[in-house]
Write a protein that binds this ligand. Structure first.
Ligand code: MTE
Length: 322
């Protein structure tokens, strides 16, 4: 994700460079590894399909709102949320919504494998028929110290667990994004460890807040936001909320995520929001609320402590907030 190069939030996005990228690029250059032909030409301009195909799940939306989840702020306007995104597969700035339109989201299958009673490969529309769709209003807090509030539609990750039944030996859920270097120009940048991977403990995955998202703002999920299936774990920094998932594996070993592989000191496995634990290069004490021009104090677990703090009792020796 973007790493601010100077103190403060004021610098324009155009001046911000992702440090993992800079560090890795430097290392590679230093090692003389950038040989002719090893970098794909053509920058990040993706082909845009003319005329998006109709989404076959359209009739499932809007779903009934689950009123348990209330916000302390307004929902970020859809027009803002769909045009300010992190989706490195389509570019390393926030304006990837046009490039992301190249992603083909039907047919789309999700492979469920590993330590699980009912491994399967399921088409997204079959999964949608099986799962109890509902709308939830969630806060979203990026590690870059900006925040939004979103009207997601989806189903609790726990419902999927109940359906596929992980074995007792499974300790973690590992999730993976598609890999398609032709469609996603960012994936031609070989210094990133594609595909994007994220993970949760089984206890985190079974927590009511962990939500698999298929829609937003009463409609199928826009591609820029991770269609057709993404995660929302609102008590954690946003990089845990993996987009465009194609594989969900139940595993014994803790998965090493995309960002952790790049820069483990700065992006860890747990990544729980905490205003008192700064990122190594900036404060997490407050957050910019995108679309409002204002800042707010950051809340521990992004305000969801009542629902999730118990998950971390006895784990105080871990880097819970990185
Ligand atoms: N998932 C994939 N596959 N690729 C990404 O680059 N970025 C993450 C997360 N999931 C990312 C991803 C980060 S850093 C954030 S903050 C959120 O997606 C952004 O979600 P949004 O664009 O819907 O706000």
């Amino acid at each position: 994700m973007f790493i601010k190069r100077r103190k403060g939030w004021e610098i324009p996005e155009s001046e911000v460079t992702p440090e993992p990228l800079v560090l890795n690029r430097r290392a590679l250059l230093g090692a003389g590894a950038v040989a002719a032909g090893t970098i794909f030409a053509g920058g990040l301009a993706a082909p845009v399909r003319a005329g998006a195909e109709p989404d076959p799940s359209r009739a499932l939306y809007p779903a009934k709102r689950n009123e348990t989840f209330v916000l302390d702020r307004d929902v970020t306007p859809e027009s803002v949320n769909t045009r300010f995104n992190n989706f490195y597969e389509f570019g390393s700035d926030k304006k990837i919504h046009t490039a992301a339109e190249a992603l083909k989201i039907r047919p789309w299958t999700v492979k469920i494998d590993g330590l699980v009673e009912k491994p399967q490969e399921i088409a997204i529309d079959d999964l949608l028929k099986l799962m109890p769709l509902e709308e939830r209003l969630y806060r979203h807090r990026c590690v870059e110290a900006w925040a939004m509030a979103v009207a997601w539609t989806g189903f609790p990750l726990r419902s999927l667990l109940d359906h596929v039944r992980p074995l007792g030996s499974a300790k973690y859920v590992r999730m993976e994004t598609f890999l398609d270097r032709i469609t996603a120009p960012g994936q031609r940048q070989f210094w990133y460890p594609w595909p994007y991977v994220e993970g949760l403990t089984i206890a985190e995955a079974a927590n009511d807040l962990a939500f698999l998202v298929t829609g937003a703002y009463g409609k199928p999920l826009p591609k820029s936001m991770g269609a057709p299936l993404r995660l929302a774990t609102p008590w954690k920094y946003g990089f845990k909320s993996i987009k465009s998932i194609t594989r969900i594996s139940f595993v014994e070993e803790r998965p090493v995520s995309f960002w952790e592989k790049l820069q483990a000191k700065e992006y860890g496995f747990w990544a729980n929001v905490n205003p008192e634990v700064p990122h190594p290069r900036w404060s997490q004490a407050s957050e910019e609320v995108i679309g409002t021009g204002s800042r707010r104090p950051t809340q521990i677990y992004n305000g969801y402590g009542e629902l999730v703090a118990h998950l971390y009792v006895g784990l105080e020796h871990e880097r819970l907030y990185v």
